[in-house]
Design a binder for this molecule. Structure first.
Ligand code: BES
Ligand code: ZN
Length: 929
């Protein structure tokens, strides 16, 4: 089944389809009670990791710290290099004759005129005796001729040169073909997490905030007036220098961290508007594409207003630019006042952009806008608190989009996409606590992962529901005002929210952010209205370590009953090993059903011990649809995890799935389709696989597909529009003849330009055609690929190619993935699409091995490498493969991917264990169908 990874659902790049990977666990009971109020050192289960296999690392000394940087940068597009100079006002905190700051891949010439320290008051220049680079630490030590003393007013002057980064970090070149067919080069930046030091020497740690006066110098040329130069702040003045170059100076920034500095020099068009609060908002796009920025412009202005009102703190700058960059590693970056985006995450071409992509754009825009407060105004003190930035921005993007587009039902989608992907990953042994000790720069990029984003956002949502919107806002305002233009730690947030709510926020939340994993709560009935609750860590492999057995969480438990599914009946903060919950006398547990965790607001799983209770819950809650959709999807997902964990079995699971025959809700189908995708991977090659496929198409065609159909209905509810491509894509995977025929017709009409395929259905149609893979179809794909200049469409075509079946085409797609036709940022998704195709996954793995050096060179920094390694490994299901993967990476270790590699190997072993347990049952179940 071709479904895109959810592991990195926050990347939102190829979000139209979703994948799942397998946690499993077995029952472990422990009666050991350990207080949950333990110090960080104890709770932080990555303590061992922090000392083993880690590069030794020290943060910069604070003897000297920056106050203001004056930076001038002059790119040279011919030589692909740049020259720079800076004057940094520094504060001397302690007497020293050494200045240590970050610098990476920059060269400084040690001449007294170019590099020195000036003491303007004394009209004195101090020479730099020696410039010593520490490549490993990414620092430079400047030894001065004289000591600097506290209280001195000193300026550090440096001149330097550098080459543009060949990956998409630091200061790098982005290219696109302009409307005249000629290539345009722009110099652009991506500084988070530790790459500002590749553009100018600086104190490149989030806690060293300073102000910045940026000057950009545009190379002189015939059309140099067409080039725009952008930075965080509005332009202050522009002059031509003696070499006739345009020199563009920007206003001074607020006090901020280095990773948020940005510049862009290149040819772009723009459109603009003003937010209600009067901020000038612009969207910059490649030439002649400015109208494609219209949707994002509107979302940005509305988000800005929403967030200003929500936090009751104004956006502090007078302008906000959003720019679509053709070459971009991630999805987007929140640089203060100049947010950069991958084209696909910003541009909407009404005829060619799918609904889900548009929704994604609204989320990405809102995400980066939230960072303007959460991250930019108040910044994490160190990368350990990264989740504060990312988890929070992810939570806020949903709050914001829900406000702007209530019809999206975005909170329901939060549960099926964000919440569940966090829960799945976090049941692995190789997960990590939200708060994690981070040292060397090479460890930082790795934690921009599902735990920081999805789990971070999920635990904030849990807290939000625990204290309520009003108190949450009050606490947030307190937090943001208290730490504006400063740094904060996780504790500071808890303090503010605890103060606002008068609830034990810190005690509760520490259990979620400092411990790896989450609990499963087992429910037993005592009599007709007393529930007995027990908690223990939910571990996918069933081997709870002694440390695991001591873990406890503060779980806000709520219960709904059959009488009222909307309003929780009872509620406790469950923080012991065992506890009891009394329900009122309207309930009879011997006859009725209850459900814990209504709306899946808290991050735990539930196991209903008495079988009758569980059966009632399923029959009425799902069969008769008495439960809300989010509760329905929560139940089936819990059951699925229990199955992978060996606490239940696949036969029970498939019987349960069969009871979703009448299901018509998008978010529930998302989850069912994830489960089906997983089994499609696991069962591929077994005799009964065709029966499984039959089961899948029957499930979809029994009712829901008849309701939804191929063609959109006028004024249909929004989620139906999302459901259509999801179902059709699944039917394509199951090669449902009627749909394959429709796809062929639609493709023919499309390539002959009779009628274009609606954007929402394109990926399904393309995949159906890729299955057939003939030379003729290949040529048509290539023609479509070459003709479009919309990145979204190119990637849709390229990733659909992963569905090809014949081996010569599989090889061709893999070669295509790393050819010049595919941007480096996109190759990973094409290879991943092949790896998700069960007939091609072995070929994708071998291709990965054969091109390992190339992939390592391209993606060692950033998260694409992590995504790729997971994609090409995690769908295997045998011990031999687990061993093969393990051996390969033992011989070819890559520190920055280590956790992903371990997670994949663990997943493959869990897959194998599940198949060993359940193959027989599955065979029987499907053979009887
Ligand atoms: N701050 C990140 C960008 C980033 C990610 C920088 C990883 C360095 C390493 C930004 O706010 C972000 O989270 N971007 C996401 C998209 C977002 C909508 C979840 C991304 O780039 O995938
Ligand atoms: Zn972010």
């Amino acid at each position: 089944m071709t479904i895109t990874s959810r592991l990195y659902s926050h990347l939102r790049i190829f979000i139209a389809e979703k994948q799942f990977f397998s946690p499993s666990f077995q029952i472990y009971r422990s009666s050991i009670y350990v207080s949950i109020h333990r110090p960080f050192s104890d709770l932080c289960t990555n303590k061992k990791m922090a000392t083993e296999n880690k590069r030794p690392f020290k943060r910069l000394p604070c003897l000297i710290t920056p106050i203001n940087y004056q930076i001038r940068l002059a790119p040279n597009f011919e030589k692909l290099s740049f020259e720079g100079s800076e004057s940094i006002d520094i504060k001397v905190n302690e007497s020293t004759s050494e200045i240590v700051l970050n610098s990476n891949k920059l060269t400084m010439e040690n001449s007294a005129e170019k590099c020195n320290v000036k003491l303007p008051k004394d009209d004195k220049t101090i020479k730099i005796k020696e410039i010593k680079y520490n490549v490993e630490e990414e620092t430079v030590t400047l030894s001065l001729d004289e000591k600097l003393e506290p209280g001195m007013n000193a300026i550090l002057n440096l001149e330097f040169t550098g080459e543009f980064n060949k990956q998409l970090h630091g200061f790098y070149i982005s290219r696109y073909i302009g409307p005249d067919g000629k290539e345009r080069l722009s110099a652009v930046t991506q500084f988070e997490s530790t790459y500002a030091r590749q553009a100018f020497p600086c104190w490149d740690e989030p806690a060293h905030k300073a102000t910045f006066d940026i000057t950009l110098i545009i190379p002189a040329g015939d059309n140099d007036d067409k080039i725009v130069a952008l930075s965080n702040m509005p332009m202050k003045e522009e002059i031509r220098d003696s070499q006739k170059r345009r020199v563009v100076k920007f206003e001074r920034t607020p006090i901020m961290s280095t990773y948020l500095v940005a510049f862009v020099i290149g040819e772009y068009d723009y459109i603009e508007t003003r937010s209600k609060h009067g901020v000038l908002v612009r969207v910059y796009t490649p030439l002649q594409k400015s109208e494609q920025g219209r949707f994002a412009l509107d979302v940005a202005a509305r988000s800005l207003d929403f967030l200003t009102d929500y936090f009751q703190i104004p956006y502090p700058l007078i302008k906000l630019d959003l720019i679509a960059l053709s070459d971009f590693d991630g999805g987007a970056m929140e640089n203060w006042g100049l947010i950069t985006y991958r084209e696909e995450c910003l541009l909407v071409d009404p005829a060619n952009t799918s609904t889900i992509k548009k929704q994604n754009i609204s989320l990405v825009v809102a995400h980066e806008l939230s960072h303007q407060w959460f991250g930019n105004l108040v910044t994490m003190e160190w990368w350990t608190h990264l989740w504060l930035n990312e988890g929070f921005a992810m939570f806020m993007e949903f709050l914001c989009v829900d406000h702007i587009f209530p019809e999206f039902n975005i909170w329901k989608q939060f549960v099926s996409d964000i919440f569940l992907s966090a829960m799945d990953l976090d049941s692995l042994d190789n997960s990590h606590p939200i708060e994690i000790l981070v040292g060397h720069p090479s460890e930082v990029d790795e934690i921009f992962d599902t735990i920081s984003y999805e789990k971070g956002a999920s635990v904030i949502r849990m807290l939000y529901h625990y204290i309520g919107d009003e108190i949450f806002r009050k606490g947030m305002k307190m937090y943001l005002s208290r730490h504006s233009y400063k740094n904060a730690q996780t504790e500071d947030l808890w303090n503010a929210l605890e103060e606002a709510s008068q609830k034990p926020v810190r005690r509760m939340m520490t259990t979620w952010t400092m411990q790896k994993g989450y609990p499963v709560v087992t429910v037993n009935c005592q009599g007709s209205r007393r529930l007995e609750l027990t908690q223990e860590k939910f571990n996918s492999n069933g081997r709870l370590s002694d440390a695991d057995k001591t873990l406890l969480w503060a779980v806000p438990v709520q219960v709904i009953t059959a009488h009222n599914v909307q309003k929780p009946k009872s509620e406790i903060l469950f923080e012991k090993r065992n506890d009891f919950l009394e329900l009122d006398d309207t309930i009879d547990l011997q006859k009725e059903w209850i459900k814990l965790n209504p709306s899946a607001v808290a991050t735990y799983r539930v196991q209903y011990q008495p079988e009758e209770l569980f059966i009632r819950l399923f029959e009425e809650g799902i069969g008769q649809q008495k439960l809300d959709p989010v509760d329905r999807l929560n139940l089936i997902n819990d059951l699925y995890s229990m199955t992978l964990a060996g606490r239940n079995n696949s036969e029970v699971l498939f019987r349960a799935i069969d009871s979703f025959r009448n299901e018509c809700e998008y978010t529930v189908w998302t989850v069912i389709s994830i489960i089906m995708a997983k089994y499609n991977q696991l069962l591929h090659g077994y005799d009964f696989h065709p029966k499984f496929v039959q089961f899948g198409s029957n499930l979809i065609t029994y009712k829901v597909f008849g309701e939804i159909g191929w063609d959109p209905k006028p004024a249909e509810p929004y989620l139906q529009t999302l459901l259509r491509p999801l179902l059709i894509n699944r039917l394509v995977t199951f090669e449902y003849p009627e749909i394959i025929k429709k796809c062929q017709e639609a493709f023919d009409d499309h390539v002959t330009k009779r009628k274009s395929i609606p954007a929402d259905l394109r990926s399904a149609v393309y995949r159906a055609m890729a299955h057939q893979s003939t030379e003729e179809i290949w040529d048509k794909f290539m023609k479509l690929y070459d003709e479009t200049d919309l990145q979204e469409e190119k990637n849709r075509l390229a990733s659909s190619l992963g569905a090809v079946k014949k081996s010569e085409f599989i090889d061709r797609v893999l070669k295509f993935a790393i050819s010049d036709k595919v941007r480096s940022q996109d190759s990973v998704f094409v290879v991943a699409s092949v790896a998700r195709n069960p007939v091609a996954r072995r070929a994708a793995w071998e291709f990965y091995l054969a091109n390992f050096e190339l992939f390592k060179n391209r993606y060692e920094n950033g998260f694409l490498g992590n995504l790729l390694v997971k994609s090409v490994t995690e769908n295997f299901q045998t011990e031999e493969m687990a061993h093969e993967i393990e051996e390969f990476f033992r011989k070819n270790p890559v520190q920055a991917w280590e956790r992903s590699i371990q997670q994949s190997i663990e997943t493959v072993r869990l897959n194998a264990a599940m198949m060993a347990r359940d193959t027989e049952k599955l065979t029987k179940y499907f053979q009887m169908k």
